[in-house]
Design a protein around this ligand. Structure first.
Ligand code: ADP
Length: 269
């Protein structure tokens, strides 16, 4: 941080009870730049499907007029693009809600193995359609943890959806829950959930940036799979709110493992 902070006596005119804000300009500039990049990214992401839709509307009004086959095909594409925009707006709203709540501790309690069994049951059709074999471990019984149920469901859904999206067909999905007796960073016991796949894997150089908003290894691939590029950013903020950790391990062509570690108790630290 390159800003210079000068310490000076408070001007007498401010009087008692005055608040003095010392703003670190380099941090403020960086935050402003990130905001600008984010707005530019969102605009671009929304503009791509909009431009496609406008193009198809023009074609339907002009050259393809009176061609029922072309009309059906173009309507299908327009529907797909509209759905993409819908997903993007839903993810943006999710992200903004999660960020707004990040400092508020979750006040309810969740039963983690029961939650994971529920998520897998609601996704059974999708896993079957993806031709993926599911292997679970440690999901029996009940283990309680302080957490926001809707948000944690979203974490596991996003990670499992990714494992299905990026797993080669006929692949493998692993969901494992284990207890860590003492997690040093959390200064106490924790529960860890591993979501693993034997899919395409991720090159090491991408790993540190994977949870950035709109960061994708392959934008075409992500778009073709219906991805918005926001899933892991949402996961990261939710895990932070729970004072937890997200660990990503991956090897190209072998597969990936995303581990969510959540403290069993929320301490003040
Ligand atoms: P997207 O909507 O693009 O899937 P995410 O934020 O969920 O966005 O993920 C960001 C990127 O991380 C993806 O575009 C993909 O390149 C990579 N990725 C995420 N999960 C996996 C996985 N299980 N295997 C391989 N790559 C993954």
């Amino acid at each position: 941080i390159a800003a210079e902070i000068t310490v000076a006596p408070l001007p007498a005119a401010l009087g008692r009870g005055a608040t003095v804000a010392i703003i670190d300009q380099s941090v403020a500039d960086e935050a402003e730049q990130m905001r600008r990049d984010f707005v530019a990214n969102v605009s671009h992401e929304l503009k791509t499907p909009l431009t496609a839709m406008i193009g198809f509307i023009e074609t339907l009004r002009g050259p393809a007029r009176g061609d029922p086959k072309a009309r059906d095909r173009f309507l299908d594409i327009m529907e797909r693009e509209a759905n993409r925009m819908n997903r993007l707006v839903a993810d943006l709203l999710s992200l903004s809600r999660v960020q707004a709540e990040e400092r508020r501790r979750p006040s309810s309690e969740v039963d983690l193995p029961m939650m994971l069994r529920g998520v897998l049951a609601t996704m059974a059709q999708a896993t079957e359609a993806a031709g993926v074999e599911v292997e679970t471990e440690g999901l029996e019984g009940s283990r309680l943890l302080p957490g926001d149920p809707d948000q944690l469901v979203q974490v596991f859904q996003n990670l499992i959806e990714n494992a299905l999206k990026y797993a080669s067909s006929g692949g493998h999905l692993g969901v494992r829950l284990r207890r860590i007796e003492y997690e040093p960073l959390m200064r106490g016991p924790a529960l860890a959930v591993d979501i693993s796949d034997r899919g395409e894997g991720i090159d090491e150089r991408h790993l540190p940036r994977l949870t950035e908003r709109f960061y994708r290894v392959d934008t075409h691939r992500s778009r073709a799979q219906g991805g918005t590029g926001l899933g892991l950013a949402i996961v990261k903020h939710i895990v932070n709110r729970h004072r937890g950790r997200l660990k990503i391990e991956s090897r190209k062509a072998e597969g990936s493992r995303f581990t969510v570690i959540l403290p069993e108790k929320l301490t003040r630290a």
